[in-house]
Design a protein around this ligand. Structure first.
Ligand code: GDP
Ligand code: MG
Length: 723
């Protein structure tokens, strides 16, 4: 028995690595379209002809430079872990573009197998690929496969075992980079020979090319190796870079990329690809894109798609939301009847059921929304949205790569700012990155969604989809304007260019959609059941203690007795009066509690935006996690609630409360959309920005900004609509 072989799956995003990985290892896994979401490593095992093989799914990359985390993760894994075989998954229908990465693996001289995936798509398009020819030209095995159906799997595994059994890795590929760069390389290479530590990891020429590409990681390593030689080499690189700038007005990186593409072009021209059909026919994806990303039609279609998404979500989830609300109301009645009065009962009813119920009640909406988003994501449409937004983004001082972080954070509704903040790592320019980092929390994340939905359902129920759509547009407008503001002031600077490839459209698979939807919904439920439950109970305690002093309780008691003796004859009137007294006591109690005092203290300022002390409690709680706003409102309004027989859902309670009206609801809604990010996001911003300064800045900036907006809305709205 041999020891286990390690095989790393590498390739462009969307080349089908994860699909192949699942097919090989049978493990379930996220199938997504976006760089930046999965930076972690996925592993799985398989036995082939008695040989154990360990597979690693590397993050998708277009290149092996040091520009993004994905690229660094993939490169470092391959170089440091030295897998026995690297399986380069290549989208055969997009061969030229995908081979760009392959040339870089070949330059590293790795034990490589080229898996030509999506052969079905290539065949449908009438592309004929001569694999034997390609194999002989590249000098590594080339195996045609269809990852989705498993076609070619055994051949791939056989090739893998063959390559692993060879002891000598292939000779690194030598691509000529033109007179200027070659000359520089000739000068640099002898100096590199002194670096023993780097020598056994990277081919010499490759290191030289990386220095010319101005690769920060490699520069660090060379410097650590021999500082004087490094300075000489860097000086030489600078010299050639300047020369190229002066003569051709390009950077060495561009020349290097051009020559790699040139190598691929000439490779393919040697009869590797032929087409059984007319050469420049438009493929289905391109045809669709002509319409979908059209200058004028594109944005219209995008708006319709978004609006359709919200209509779909609210239409289909409405009855389920109703059932869940009913369920929690019934549950509370059950507890009310089954248990004796006391703190435990109060905690269960007000802390757990109302708090959790508020959060869990939105599961159907979340589920349908995520399903819709999964369709957009898996089909490839979301990438088109990013593509179209890119044009607009430049104007606002952001970068095309800022689109994904904003979408991940909830640009379509229902994301999370934490992965969004992390996804800004793909941005190279520090200022553009910082501007993106600071505006990402303005998006409507999955936790704000229920709050928005609640307020919309309570006060604007006739046009739910419309208001949701407007909330989305508002989030983008505000984020972009804030970015522009930042880029004109604290983050002033140049903007950098961006090229993006559009993955072809694909029919999403039902299984993929269901897994996607479920994973995200489950994450929401899990969070509700753990973190939110804890905070909800804590807030319940803050809202319950300290209790009213003895004499106040006694005062209410004597009031009751007085009423009972006076109105003994009239049962209905007595019951009504008693309820009023209960309500007055509950309200006084809440005000007396720790949370009530904080809320009341803040009311001094918040009243300018029409926000009362109870809502203040929820907003303070919302800093812990935005879901807490719902659960806290649930608790605050149920503690004041006296008759569980008549208690409706939270949205009914809010709608019936005299303190609330559409104008104040709108002010609160806007405040919630834009005030300080939740504390997990704040911590992430601090980490990503490298200093707490920016994290504090984002808390203060957002809160002040949101408050000004809320005050404006409330004051103007009150003047216009309320008397
Ligand atoms: P990754 O980004 O490289 O991990 O790519 P994925 O595995 O997520 O695949 C991207 C999309 O391509 C998914 O929708 C897959 O279902 C689809 N896909 C993968 N392999 C094939 C294939 O061989 N043929 C076709 N038609 N689609 C494929
Ligand atoms: Mg993947």
């Amino acid at each position: 028995m041999h020891t286990t072989i390690t095989a790393a799956l590498a390739g462009n995003p969307n080349s089908g690595k994860t699909t192949l990985f699942n097919n090989l290892t049978g493990s379930r896994q996220h199938v997504g379209n976006y760089p930046g979401i999965t930076v972690e490593q996925k592993e799985g095992c398989r036995l082939h002809h008695g040989q154990g093989i360990r597979f690693i799914d590397l993050p998708g990359t277009y290149s092996l430079s040091a520009y993004s985390v994905e690229e660094l993760v993939a490169r470092d894994f391959i170089v440091n872990e030295k897998p026995d075989v690297v399986i380069n998954v290549v989208d055969a229908s997009n061969l030229e573009r995908n081979l760009y990465l392959s040339t870089q693996f070949l330059e590293l001289g790795l034990p490589l197998v080229l898996a030509l995936n999506m052969m079905d798509v290539a065949e449908r398009r009438g592309m004929l690929i001569d694999c034997a020819k390609l194999e002989s030209l590249l000098g590594v095995p080339v195996v045609p496969i269809v990852a989705r159906s498993g076609r070619g799997r055994d051949e791939l595994l056989n090739a893998l075992l063959r390559v692993a059994a060879e002891n000598t890795p292939p000779q690194p590929l030598h691509i000529g980079y033109g007179a200027d760069l070659e000359e520089a390389l000739r000068d640099i290479q002898p100096l590199l020979a002194g670096c023993d530590t780097l020598h056994h990891l990277y081919p010499e020429r490759w290191l030289g090319v990386k220095l010319l590409e101005n690769d920060s990681q490699i520069i660090e390593k060379v410097r650590a190796c021999s500082p004087e030689d490094a300075e000489k080499m860097l000086l030489r690189c600078e010299e050639v870079a300047l020369h190229l700038q002066r003569t051709l007005e390009v950077y060495p990186e561009a020349i290097i990329a051009d020559h790699r593409y040139g190598y691929i072009k000439s490779l393919l021209r040697q009869g590797v690809v032929s087409s059984s059909q007319v050469v420049d026919r438009l493929y289905t994806s391109d045809r669709i894109d002509r319409v979908v990303t059209h200058r004028f039609l594109g944005p219209v279609i995008m708006a319709l798609v978004l609006f359709g998404l919200y209509t779909f979500t609210f239409t289909f989830s409405a009855s389920m939301v109703g059932w869940l609300e009913q369920f929690f109301i019934l549950l509370n009645r059950g507890i009310d009847q089954a248990m004796a009065d006391g703190p435990l009962k109060s905690m269960l009813m007000s802390g757990v059921v109302d708090g959790m119920g508020g959060v869990l009640g939105f599961v159907p909406i979340i589920m349908f929304m995520f399903f819709g988003i999964a369709v957009l994501e898996d089909s490839g449409y979301l990438a088109r949205v990013a593509f179209m937004m890119d044009r607009i983004f430049h104007f606002f001082g952001l970068h095309g790569s800022s689109v994904m972080p904003l979408i991940i954070s909830g640009g379509i509704a229902g994301g999370c700012a934490v992965p969004g903040v992390m996804a800004t790592r793909t941005l190279r320019s520090p200022k553009e990155r910082m501007a993106t980092l600071l505006t990402v929390p303005f998006m409507n994340c999955g936790a704000k969604l229920p709050v928005l939905t609640l307020l919309i359902a309570a006060f604007f129920s006739s046009h739910q989809a419309w208001y949701m759509f407007l909330a989305t547009v508002a989030a983008w407008v505000v984020a972009l304007c804030a970015a522009k503001l930042l880029r004109l002031t604290v983050l002033r600077g140049e903007s950098t260019p961006f090229v993006m490839e559009l993955p072809p459209y694909r029919f999403p698979t039902v299984k993929g959609l269901l897994i996607h939807t479920w994973e995200r919904t489950w994450q929401y439920i899990k969070k509700a059941g753990t973190v939110i439950l804890g905070i909800s109970i804590l807030l319940w305690a803050l809202m319950t203690y300290p209790g009213l002093p003895e004499q106040r309780t006694a005062a209410y008691e004597s009031q009751r007795q007085q009423v009972e003796s006076q109105q003994a004859g009239n049962v209905d009137a007595l019951a009504a009066t008693l309820l009023e007294i209960d309500a007055a006591q509950a309200t006084e109690q809440l005000r007396h509690s720790f949370a009530g005092r904080i809320g009341t203290a803040l009311e001094g300022i918040s009243r300018f935006a029409g926000i009362d002390w109870r809502t203040n409690i929820a907003l303070v709680g919302g800093f812990a996690a935005k879901e807490v706003i719902i659960s806290t409102l649930g608790t605050a309004y149920s503690l004041g609630e006296v008759n569980p027989e008549q208690a409706g859902s939270l949205s009914q309670r809010l709608a019936a409360d005299p303190k609330w009206n559409p104008v104040s609801a709108l002010a609160v809604l806007v405040f919630i959309m834009f005030y300080a990010p939740c504390f997990v996001t704040v911590i992430c911003i601090a980490k990503e920005a490298g200093s707490w300064k920016w994290a504090f800045f984002s808390m203060a900036f957002n809160t002040v900004f949101a408050f000004i907006l809320a005050v404006l809305i409330y004051q103007i709205g009150s003047l216009l609509y309320l008397h």
